[in-house]
Design a protein around this ligand. Structure first.
Ligand code: ZN
Length: 97
């Protein structure tokens, strides 16, 4: 039986996922689902170093004006440039270093 974090690691070793896609894949529902995933990703990032792996981050992007956020483990809610809330989520992937 794998823990949720182990399942996330397995998924991210296969391809990239957004937090929303991970929540769907793990059947996490509700408003807090993304927050749970974000906390898991932060914890996972810390443990990966020891295994010689790295969490790659494709940054979030504003779908209205194209503003690119910093590559962080975070889902921004609004664009600082145009104030749009139409945000493309960041994507995450695990690779060996
Ligand atoms: Zn924008």
């Amino acid at each position: 039986m794998m823990t949720r974090r182990q399942r996330i690691i397995k998924l991210l070793e296969e391809r990239d996922y957004s937090p929303g896609e991970l929540a769907l894949a793990l059947e996490l529902r509700g408003k807090g689902a993304r927050k749970v995933i974000i906390e898991d990703l932060k914890a996972i990032q810390k443990t990966l170093k020891r295994e010689g792996k790295v969490l790659l981050i494709k940054p979030a992007e504003c779908r209205k004006c194209g503003f690119v956020f910093r590559p962080e483990i975070h889902v921004p809610s609004r664009c600082p440039r145009c104030k749009s809330e139409w945000i493309e989520e960041p994507r995450f992937k695990i690779e060996a270093r």
